[in-house]
Design a protein. Structure first.
Length: 594
């Protein structure tokens, strides 16, 4: 045994180290494994790393140091903050007696944050059913990439509560209002309606939008990550809209609507319209149109039904124009009420055109020409006047001009300048052909005869002060015409069906062909305009029936509607009768029985 027991292991370890050094030295000497790296490369890498760290530091300072944080703040707030618009309560619309015709009722707007939605197929089906929409449409909306999307507006409060009970993440609701119209179709053309944004689209709702709408408010809502509201501040409180009191009397409106509907059912007419207004103040008490619509059911609205025919539909007035032609001649001193005019043989040829009467009458006084509605007699009176004189009378009473009634859609009608009239045109215009008017224009023009020559402005708002009328003809001429118009509804006139018990009435019938595509067609517009009671006129009533089937004359179709509306309206207004009561035939017979 060796004297040094650890010598062999130490010698072996030293030998191994020497061998490793020789191997490393030999590998370094191998030219294939030797790579020459230039000194600038390491320096470049070090510089680039330094620039990168410097850029990161600069960006950190830019974002965190407040140099420009607006974008990040907006992105952050979009995840936890909302600014909600709070609608104002829209003003009510009432009739002249305070009956509510339009009001706002509470509703909810259901909306979603698509990225927060977490609902299963069954829950989506339940939500779609409550919202009354297809599941596919609901999924399409929820797949929207926006941060906010409406699912349905103006949802009833009870439905909104059932949706809230589902406790679906990402589904929310906010308070809003929807418009309710208690009278439905009866007042539809006067009131109009609003859209889903509660903005007026037709009628009073549109024309007085600014007053009714008020001003919306806004709230800032902050939510935590679980969607719970942790802060709720008003930015601007809503300012409710103002109430509006109309001149409409809901009782008379119902009377006019019902009478018009009954007439259309009997005559199988295409459409009809009626207007009633106070002869003294110009306040419109009723304005009815058929066909009508229910403004509570906006999804069923049709263009033909929503058209306000009283203000927008023009037609040739026919014989209702004759009183103004005769009045013009009386004012000019060309004729007197008892002037005799030969109308035989019931025809009048002007150039190569011939006009005629429905019946040959022979010699008629001016009063009888109006009462019997002679075209020939009216044309002869008109041709004795300068065309400009006639035109001045027509424009003075409002023909050819849009009525200033502060209501959307009122049109001007058609009245060509007098200098363009040929003799035959002057003759036909005098009895209402070759000119077009609206029913509201015609009704307002007749207020001249009811008011001793004064033309009153019309209004759909309840008047606090008396209207300022304009004199367009002498009181003497107006009273003379009033007598002629009362004769027109007498037994020898064209409209005995316009008479009503206990009241004296005056008015004129009108019947005219319609014009389609620039040509007269065998379709008619029947009309009647009048007022009552004659001794002290209180109301003016005008009726138009469009395309009646069968009987088509104004005295047969429109006059009975006038009588029905006027009789009920006078009783509703407690107007004192001015005609002697006709004896009851049964009582007379009993008295004669021995």
């Amino acid at each position: 045994m060796s004297r040094f027991p650890d010598a062999r292991p130490q010698i072996s370890f030293r030998r191994a180290r020497k061998t490793a050094r020789r191997e490393r030295a030999s590998s370094h000497a191998n030219p294939l494994l030797t790579v020459a790296l230039p000194a600038w490369r390491s320096k470049l890498m070090l510089f680039l790393l330094f620039v990168g760290f410097l850029a990161l530091a600069g960006r950190t300072f830019y974002l965190m140091g407040g140099v420009s944080t607006g974008f990040l703040q907006r992105q952050g707030e979009a995840r936890y903050a909302r600014t909600l618009e709070i609608p104002a309560t829209r003003g009510r619309i009432t009739d002249r007696n305070g009956v509510v015709l339009a009001s706002s009722v509470p509703a909810r707007a259901v909306w979603a944050i698509p990225e927060d939605i977490d609902a299963g197929p069954e829950q989506l089906h339940t939500l779609a059913r409550l919202l009354q929409m297809n599941v596919s449409e609901l999924k399409r909306r929820l797949a929207d990439d926006r941060t906010f999307v409406y699912l349905r507006r103006q949802v009833d409060a009870d439905v909104a509560e059932r949706i809230a009970a589902l406790k679906l993440a990402g589904i929310h609701s906010t308070r809003e209002f929807k418009r309710h119209y208690p009278e439905g179709a009866t007042n539809a053309h006067v009131i109009g309606f609003t859209n889903v944004e509660d903005r007026g689209q037709e009628g009073i709702e549109l024309s007085h939008e600014r007053l009714l709408a008020g001003r919306a408010g806004s709230r800032r809502v902050i939510k935590d990550r679980l969607g719970r509201v942790i802060e709720d501040d008003w930015l601007r409180e809503p300012l409710d809209g103002k109430d509006i009191a109309l001149s409409i009397d809901n009782r008379i409106q119902y009377i006019a609507h019902a009478a018009l509907k009954n007439a259309l059912d009997k005559s199988r007419a295409k459409a009809g319209a009626a207007i009633v207004f106070d002869a003294k103040t110009g306040e419109v008490l009723a304005l009815a149109n058929l066909p009508s619509f229910d403004p509570n059911l906006r999804g069923r609205l049709a263009g033909d039904a929503i058209r306000n025919r009283v203000l927008t539909d023009t037609f040739e007035p026919g014989s209702t124009m004759k009183p103004f032609s005769v009045a013009s001649a009386l004012e000019a001193g060309k004729v007197k009420v008892d002037t005799r005019i030969q109308t035989a043989p019931g025809r009048l040829t002007i150039g190569n055109r011939t006009i005629g009467d429905a019946h040959a009458h022979g010699v008629l006084s001016v009063e009888e020409i109006v009462a019997k509605s002679s075209n020939v007699g009216t044309a002869k009176i008109a041709l004795d006047l300068p065309a400009q004189t006639l035109w001045d009378t027509y424009t003075a009473v409002g023909f050819g001009q849009a009525p200033r009634i502060d209501f959307p859609g009122a049109v001007t009608g058609r009245l060509r300048p007098a200098k363009t009239w040929r003799p035959i045109e002057q003759a036909t215009i005098s009895y209402g052909h070759g000119v077009s008017v609206t029913l509201v224009q015609l009704a307002r023009a007749y207020s001249v005869f009811a008011n001793d020559g004064l033309l009153v402005p019309l209004t759909l708002l309840k008047a606090d002060t008396s209207a300022m009328p304009v004199r367009v003809m002498s009181a003497e001429t107006a009273r003379a015409m009033r007598k002629m118009l009362e004769m027109a509804v007498g037994p020898e006139g064209t409209a005995p069906l316009a008479r009503i018990p206990a009241y004296r009435v005056a008015g004129k019938t009108g019947t005219a062909y319609k014009i389609k595509n620039g040509q007269y067609v065998k379709e008619y517009v029947a009309s009647f305009v009048g007022f009552a009671p004659v001794s002290d006129p209180r109301i003016v009533v005008a009726v138009m029936i469009d395309e009646p089937a069968g009987q088509h004359y104004g005295g047969q179709v429109a006059a009975p509607v006038f009588a029905a509306i006027t009789a009920s309206a006078l009783r509703t207004l407690h107007v004192t009768p001015d005609a002697p009561q006709e004896p009851n035939r049964e009582m007379v017979a009993l008295r004669r029985t021995p």
